[in-house]
Design a protein. Structure first.
Length: 81
């Protein structure tokens, strides 16, 4: 493993490449997973992001039918009054 200023090279990918390519195709996914297995910095970051997303998801609230209709109306440019 090579490391430069906290940016580690693991299985042919740098930390910065993993972070830049969070939405990757299937061919890169294996390399990203290998990088995460061997790089504690990115593994920790990924766990933090996953925790944050789970917390945000649990706070999601559902709209009532009335709020949904008003929101759709406003977004379509025809606000209900």
């Amino acid at each position: 493993m090579i490391q430069m200023d906290g940016n580690r090279l693991v299985d042919g990918l740098w930390c910065s490449e993993v972070l830049a390519g969070l939405s990757v195709g299937s061919e890169t996914r294996g390399k990203v997973e290998e990088h995460l297995r061997e790089c504690s910095n990115c593994e920790r970051f990924g766990a933090d992001v996953a925790g944050m997303l789970a917390a945000l998801s649990s706070q999601r609230r559902s709209f009532t039918d009335e709020i949904g209709a008003r929101l759709k109306s406003v977004l379509s440019g025809n606000p209900l009054r």
